[in-house]
Design a protein around this ligand. Sequence first.
Ligand SMILES: Cc1ncc(COP(=O)(O)O)c(C=O)c1O
Length: 491
Amino acid sequence: MQNQNKSSQDSGQQNSTKDIGEQFRGEIEELITQLQSALADTIRGTDDRPALAAGAEEVLALLDEPLPESGCGAKQSIEKLLELNMKAAANVGGPKCFHFILGGSTPASMAADMLATAFETITYTWVVSPVGVQMELQALNWLKQMFGLNPSMSGVMVTGATMANFVGLASARQWWGEQLGFDVSEDGMAGKPQMPVLTSGFVHASTLKVLALLGVGRSSVQRFCRDDVGRLDLEAMQKALEDLDGEPAVIIVNAGEVNAGEFDPVSDMIQLARKHNVWVHVDGAFGLFARVSPRIQHFVEGVEQADSVTVDGHKWLNVPYDSGYAFVRDIGLMARSFRYSADYLPSENEPHPTPGAIGPDSSRRARGFAVWATLKAYGRQGHRRIVEHCLDIAQHFSAQVRNNEHLEAMADVPLHIVAFRFNPGGLSEQELDSLNQQLGEAVLADGRFLAGTSRIGERTVFRPAFSNWRTRNEDVEEFADVVVELGKALI
Ligand SMILES: Cc1ncc(COP(=O)(O)O)c(C=O)c1O
């Protein structure tokens, strides 16, 4: 401890005698050497680090210290950061993380993302990064080709599917206002009618968050469900649209729901919408990847007719966080929704694009580097292989569940999510719910795997989602064993 204090002080004193530029240039040389081994160890160790390090809370309590006066210097601060990550990180990019719907990173995308930081690329507008802006546009074009979207759609990269939903639904709101003869972005919504938003029970929490931000309101969403799972009641939706009698409305199509990987009937909903005055927004955060594999393409048939589409890259594209994409059929609606103008900023009429003026964030990092690099490196077929690898892993895990007398399948497995529960037999439904909730906590406390629970209807289920190229058959076999081992310990 004494030594550490001494070296912190030394470093501070040394720093103060040097010009800051001179000091940092020297540090960079030192850091490059340090990073050569640290990056290699970190990346190589991804398969082997625990999913959730034990004792993270105690280790992280050490972060609570007063602001350093002169600091310990870059080398020591990076050493500390590495140590904290070894002791207290969740290994979400590793092969044993099945929580929420996360992804991994392809080798090319990870390298490209690091270079985006090294080049300090900013993609607000062309002049501050011609390559960053153009790579984003090229990557978005490739994504449209890969997903078979309408080529005339415009796109923008954002932090994730939440913000992509924000872009899609802000554009929908702008369209809706214009249908009624006003400009929502200029005039606001005060005194205006409620924007009708229709969907199924599969609607994702992020969409509700976005509708709150857009002033439409979470509770305004009309869900048409035919069962307690949340599946769409198409006839009821049709009736509601007929009752609107030509008034503009928005339909949200949920292409991929999070508990079992089911889909709304995309094509039926779009066909219905086309008979009415409706904007169709498709949330395909992970489900749009069905488009990449002939095995599951049918789930998203017709999606090319949507008015706006959300997709996430940090899920099934396997590019580093954060990376999401919004596609909208009319760039004018995006520009009017997200107008960003001042005398010192580029005007809308410049020949070169300004992504910062058609999406929510103005200052933006170069998300296009990773997307461009992975599509360039592996192409359509490489990404189809990632998707199909995950489908195979899900089927392999589903077989483990079906063949294990203590596990029970709780839904079909159309995609890459397997809903199941621990069921030792002889317990009521309520007892099983409570046991599986406790088991969910036990799995996280154990740390060998990261996986979460949810509910399908009334029932508590585990819902591991397999979206990472790193996951192997033996990982999911071990997961089944661990769930049974921890489950047995609870009864
Ligand atoms: C269907 C769906 N939509 C939206 C989101 C929100 O995505 P993000 O966390 O990237 O903002 C998710 C996240 O899991 C999702 O599954």
